[in-house]
Design a binder for this molecule. Structure first.
Ligand SMILES: C[S@@+](CC[C@H](N)C(=O)[O-])C[C@H]1O[C@@H](n2cnc3c(N)ncnc32)[C@H](O)[C@@H]1O
Length: 179
């Protein structure tokens, strides 16, 4: 299968969003679900005060370089069961299990922990062809579709149709959250 993008291209987008939030004074806590070798996490974490990495493979902690990083070597479900109810994240990158049901559950679990005006990103939501659904992205494009259909009043949402798809969700109930 021909790969149209570099597998780490998405990191540039996550990084730019983190940098913008940081410059706006709006990035305290960053959360990444599924960090693998921390390629994205190590780039993004420095923009936050505290960065939380969740990865089912506890052994992957060895890749973490961020000095402000907290590593949870367990499943995303376990993570959400253990954190305090009042812990809020300003930027969440959902990139763990790419099956629809699992990624939808990650979104549902994360949503109450996202600050007003906070941003949730989902990766691999625009597979460029059917082969990519079978082989790489799984069916989490349906997650983005479901969020679009069900969360209209609680957020705004767009999917960038490149780098296998990055869906950007802003948690808001009006355009200007300060007004
Ligand atoms: C696509 S990789 C993450 C890539 C990383 N976000 C990046 O951009 O460099 C997905 C990772 O999620 C982890 N993962 C899969 N299911 C998980 C779960 N239920 N809980 C936590 N991590 C999970 C896998 O072990 C894998 O390392």
């Amino acid at each position: 299968m021909k790969m149209p993008f570099d597998k780490n291209s998405h990191i540039r987008v996550v990084k730019t969003i983190a940098e913008g939030l940081m410059e706006a004074g709006a990035l305290e806590n960053y959360l990444e679900l599924g960090v693998r070798a921390c390629n994205c996490f190590n780039v993004v974490a420095p923009f936050a005060k505290t960065a939380y990495a969740v990865e089912i493979k506890a052994v992957n902690k060895k890749y973490m370089r961020a000095t402000n990083g907290i590593y949870y070597g367990r499943s995303t479900n376990q993570f959400f069961m253990e954190i305090p109810n009042d812990l809020k994240f300003d930027l969440v990158f959902i990139d763990a299990q790419h099956k629809k049901d699992a990624s939808l559950l990650d979104f549902a679990n994360a949503f109450p922990h996202v600050s007003d005006n906070g941003i949730i990103l989902l990766h691999d939501t625009y597979p460029p062809s059917k082969e990519f659904i079978d082989d790489h992205c799984n069916d989490c494009w349906e997650t983005a579709s479901e969020i679009r259909n069900t969360c209209k009043n609680d957020c705004e949402i767009v999917t960038l149709p490149f780098y296998y798809g990055i869906t950007i969700v802003r948690k808001c109930n009006r355009q200007l959250m300060w007004k």
